[in-house]
Design a protein around this ligand. Structure first.
Ligand code: T3D
Length: 262
């Protein structure tokens, strides 16, 4: 069914593995269509509790497949905004809107739009040998797929400018110390990380996660007063959930909570 990604659903947690390892999992139109199909399935699943995105082989994602972009012999030019509108905008927008945590487990290098994909995820783990490359300037482009929005928000303007203009590799450790990602893990801990994160998301308070994601994402465009309004709305809703009741009971009984995501 899928040829350029792998997609599984385990205990309500989707795992997407970008799967063109010989091209460092770079994006093609086919891959975008398959990602859209996987997102269709997850958006329609009321039992969804999380999504993990990782890559096969030594790279996470090298951005747009440049072999789909070979310059024409006659030197004619093309409108690059079309692919951005048709493929990248919906992909990034849907990941941000998915009402469950989207966790990237970065298995290797992320370049160009591959780096933007990482930054669009809610939480990022990266193996020690992974690196980020804002490769766009090297081919005469600006960071896209949301990169110019995510990067300064995550690391501030000075680091965003340096990384985007000079396109130098940023190591996983550097990315962690900048606050670009959540955590570096050892290279040999990739599979264990995917499995730990799956277990955490599958057993998590899914509705609290959804509210947390929505509130944190909304905060950069909100005043404190607006954010209080949002917190009140969400906390009111969460107060009526099974998971809140279970969390309070578990606390009183000094045992771990058994959340059902309802
Ligand atoms: O076109 C539009 O719609 C505009 C949209 C733009 C969005 C973008 O993403 S633009 C940015 C596109 N990406 C890049 O510019 C990155 C290109 N890749 C690299 O710079 C390097 O591959 C890396 C720094 C990521 C990794 O370097 P390294 O030395 O570890 O690996 P490598 O040898 O370069 O790559 C391995 C193979 O993958 C190689 O093929 P080969 O020689 O074994 O046959 C390489 O050509 C291929 N590959 C890597 N990236 C891409 C790719 N093939 C197609 N497209 C790629 N993006």
């Amino acid at each position: 069914e899928y040829t350029q990604i792998r997609f599984t659903l385990d205990r309500g947690v989707g795992v997407i593995t970008l799967d063109r390892p010989d091209r460092l999992n770079s994006f093609t139109e086919v891959m975008h269509a398959e990602l859209a199909r996987a997102l269709d399935a997850m958006e329609a699943d009321p039992g969804l509790r999380g999504l993990i995105i990782t890559g096969a082989g030594r790279g996470f994602c090298a951005g747009q497949d440049l072999s789909e972009r070979k310059p024409a012999d006659d030197g004619s030019r093309r409108d690059l905004s079309q692919m951005l509108e048709k493929c990248y905008r919906p992909l990034i927008t849907r990941l941000r809107a998915l009402p469950v945590p989207v966790v990237c487990v970065m298995n290797g290098v992320a370049a160009g739009a591959g780096a933007s994909l990482v930054l669009a995820c809610d939480v990022v783990f990266a193996v020690e040998s992974a690196r980020f490359i804002q490769a766009f300037s090297k081919i005469g482009l600006l960071p896209d797929a949301g990169g110019t929005w995510f990067l300064p928000r995550l690391v501030g303007s000075a680091r965003a400018m340096g990384a985007a203009l000079f396109g130098e590799a940023v190591s996983a450790r550097q990315a962690e110390s900048w606050g670009l990602i959540w955590r570096v893990v050892p290279d040999d801990a990739l599979a264990a990380t995917v499995s730990d994160v799956t277990a955490t998301l599958a057993a998590g308070p899914t509705r609290a996660y959804a509210a947390t994601k929505a509130a944190l994402h909304a905060s950069s465009g909100n005043t404190l007063a607006q954010q209080f309004d949002l917190e009140c709305r969400f906390q009111r809703e969460l107060g009526y959930t099974d998971d809140y009741l279970e969390g309070m009971r578990a606390f009183a009984e000094k045992r771990p909570p058994a959340f059902t995501g309802t």
